[in-house]
Write a protein that binds this ligand. Structure first.
Ligand SMILES: [Zn+2]
Length: 134
């Protein structure tokens, strides 16, 4: 339960510590469909791969629900502050209507695939450095 809460405020108001908040901000396009708190969900929710789920656990954004049948998929629960933060950053990115700035003005810039080079836009094919997401 212990959390490293810095004295510095993050740029956006969330109840997450700054590291987790930054991760949510940078990955909001991957976790925008994070299930709401209070709902038990399994790691077979579309878009939530095993590695993404592990990352969410490491960042303390979700928790394992105790119990379950051995050998079956585990259940998880989204932490309320994490869900809140996703909504905050999602709204922010929707305000600009683009998650990443593609050079092509007409590109919706909403769907990206991670490649070894960075994030590749599914629409115009432009590759963005991960650092440009802010
Ligand atoms: Zn694009």
């Amino acid at each position: 339960m212990s959390k490293a809460v810095g004295t510095r405020e993050t740029q956006t108001h969330t109840d997450l510590d700054s590291g987790a908040a930054l991760w949510v901000k940078n990955n909001v396009h991957r976790i925008k469909d994070l299930p709401r708190p209070g709902v038990k969900w399994k790691s077979d929710v579309p878009g939530f791969s095993g590695s993404l789920v592990r990352k969410l656990l490491i960042e303390d954004l979700i928790e394992r629900v105790p119990g379950g049948v051995p050998g079956e998929k585990r259940f998880y629960r989204t932490k309320p502050e994490a869900y809140e933060a996703v909504q905050v950053f999602k709204e922010k990115s929707e305000e600009s209507d683009r998650l990443l700035p593609c050079d092509d003005e007409s590109c919706p810039g909403k769907g990206f695939v991670t490649t070894s080079e960075g994030l590749e836009c599914k629409y115009c094919g432009e590759v963005h450095d991960k650092e440009v997401i802010r």
